[in-house]
Design a binder for this molecule. Structure first.
Ligand code: N01
Length: 536
């Protein structure tokens, strides 16, 4: 393992997909690079999210890096591999590219201060060590700040009570236990599926029902793996040009041009395909038009209701009136989520009717005065997402700017890659990129390629700094918000806009114009000599 240096050319924060990708390509260009990682292993979000049932929701052929010499020799065992297999994949990447020697684990960055005169960052770790670097790249993802609601009495529970993203690495036994799960987003659904199979009782505390889609999990035999491999290069190319970063796109037809039978036939096909197909591969207007959205929601609701026996549960899990526009929140994938509510050991509490009053030493007391006893409490309550990954750090740029104050009042960036007043500082899979609306590896590769080339350009031309201009930042931020306002995003209270966090400003945090358009804009920016960026 690498030891902490005093000085490097480029310091990367975070050893997930972006961190490893950037380390590899920057090192190839001859830069002295180190990665600081807070976790005890590489993998980023996949290291931390070791909760029972954690599994990727993008299909295997898309959920990998396209680095030559890496993808050719790796195959996942199923379409949607589980967390431990993804960790193995990270180890494989690291071994293949010999990345480990430049990654320093168990080292949390707490602050970064820019020295304008010297054009360098001083980055301080939790232990108080300082590393200086010319370029600083935050590869901290969108979900590195877990959110736990301020439940009364939360510290008093005597058993294990953990957020899904801070699950103990050694695991917690759920077999035979009475398990409470608070939250029914992607993480909650995965834990509930796992717990329902082994726990004595599972009690789900739901606030908003998820519109979860069928995963259609499949094991990949040798022939299936070979087939995927044969089409992989083409698929990598297609994903960069797509809307979602997956090698699939919306239907060519307009919903209004089809009759009921034709619409149903198309959606039956997408439903059978599984995964995000009914959303990403459905009618494009679902994202913008309420009538289209209502139709697609109705299709989903009818499918799901057939799997639930109890009429009260049908209404709770798949309400007659849609809880929010389909697609305005990230759709989780499920395998048997709706069926398991037919089991006698699975219970649902709607916190809108009966809120969590307090957590007690023995369990959870609800507003109706009933105290339920539990052995384990799972907090699947999400994240102060996207901006939170960086605003939780003390990052200070020029003229007294700090990232927390800047982004708390208005998330503003240029191209989702840099922000004014913070020279030589980059971020990826973060604020104002395609981030939450894209397949991770696709978006972060586009961004990382731009970052690596921009660093090369800055150094190669003898400049000591690059910074986003305020005008360019204003333009991009306006574009992000204008395109965002054309969609239905703000009609859901989700982490996409910060609406899931009490007091957080609601605003568009993702570029919703599509991955293909984003890639094109980044490429044109590079070809035009980094228009809107100032070099000195
Ligand atoms: O978080 P979430 P997540 N009382 O914000 C509820 C990625 N991911 O960790 O909807 C009661 O979606 C909250 O309720 P509501 C993926 O991109 C990927 O599940 O706000 N409930 C909601 O149900 C995903 O979208 C994968 O009304 C409360 C839940 O907690 C993102 O991470 C797997 C509450 C939070 O859901 C985040 O998913 C897992 C309260 N006071 C995650 N406060 C894979 O690809 C919040 N909630 C495998």
């Amino acid at each position: 393992m690498a030891s902490l240096p005093r000085n490097v050319d480029v310091l990367i924060v975070g050893a997930g997909f972006s961190g490893l990708y950037q380390l590899h390509f920057l090192r190839q260009l001859g830069f002295n690079v180190k990665v600081l990682e807070a976790g005890g292993d590489i993998g980023g979000t996949w290291y931390w999210n070791c909760y029972p049932g954690a599994r990727v929701d993008s299909y295997a052929s898309m959920y990998q890096l396209s680095i030559d010499g890496v993808w050719q020799n790796w195959s996942f065992s199923s379409m949607y591999p589980a967390r431990d297999e993804i960790q193995n994949y990270f180890h494989y990447i690291s071994r293949t590219l010999e990345l480990g020697r430049d990654i320093i684990l168990n080292t949390r960055v707490v602050s970064a201060v820019y020295d304008d005169a010297g054009s360098e960052w001083a980055v301080t770790t939790q232990r108080g060590d300082v590393v200086r670097c010319q370029f600083l790249s935050f590869c901290t993802g969108f979900a590195s700040k877990a959110f736990t609601p301020a439940f009364r009495g939360i510290g008093t529970f005597r058993g294990p009570c953990h957020h899904t993203a801070l699950w103990p690495q050694e695991g917690i036994e759920l077999r035979g236990k009475r398990v409470a799960v608070i939250g029914t987003g992607a993480s909650g659904i995965q834990v509930i599926q796992e717990a329902a199979a082994v726990a004595q009782e599972v009690t789900v505390f739901q606030r908003t029902p998820s519109i979860a889609l069928p995963m259609n999990q499949q094991l990949l035999n040798d022939e299936a793996k070979r087939k995927l491999k044969d089409g992989q290069a083409k698929a990598f190319d297609a994903r960069r040009k797509s809307v979602s970063g997956l090698d699939m796109g919306p239907l060519g037809q307009k919903m209004a041009d089809l009759d009921e039978g034709e619409k149903n036939e198309l959606y039956e096909g997408l439903w059978a395909e599984g995964g995000f197909a009914p959303l990403v591969g459905g009618f494009a207007e679902v994202y913008q038009d309420d009538v289209a959205n209502d139709w697609a929601y109705g299709f989903w609701r009818d499918k799901v209701r057939k799997r639930i026996n109890d009429p009260w549960l049908q209404e709770k899990l798949a309400p007659t009136v849609k809880p929010y526009p389909l697609g305005a929140k990230r759709a989780p994938l499920e395998q048997n989520y709706y069926d398991l509510f037919n089991q006698p050991n699975v219970h649902l509490i709607d916190v809108n009717e009966n809120d969590i009053d307090q957590i007690t030493p023995k369990g959870i007391q609800t507003a109706d005065g009933v105290a339920r006893e539990f052995d384990v409490i799972v907090l699947a309550t999400g994240f102060d997402a996207i901006t939170g990954s960086m605003t939780q750090l003390d990052i200070r740029g020029t003229d007294g700017a700090n990232i927390h104050d800047k982004w708390t009042s208005l998330a503003s960036t240029y191209l989702g890659l840099m922000t004014a007043d913070f020279p030589n500082m980059f971020f990826s899979y973060a604020t104002h990129g395609p981030t939450a609306l894209s397949n991770g590896p696709t978006a972060l590769e586009i961004q990382s390629d731009w970052i690596v080339k921009c660093i090369r350009y800055t150094r190669g031309r003898g400049f000591s700094s690059v910074r986003a201009s305020k005008e360019a930042e204003e333009r991009w931020t306006k574009l992000v918000n204008d395109i965002g306002d054309q969609g239905l995003w703000k009609r859901a209270k989700s982490w996409y806009t910060g609406a899931n966090i009490p007091g957080k400003r609601v605003q568009h945090l993702n570029f919703s114009g599509g991955v293909g358009l984003y890639a094109q804009i980044c490429q044109e920016n590079e070809e035009k000599g980094y228009e809107g960026f100032e070099f000195s």
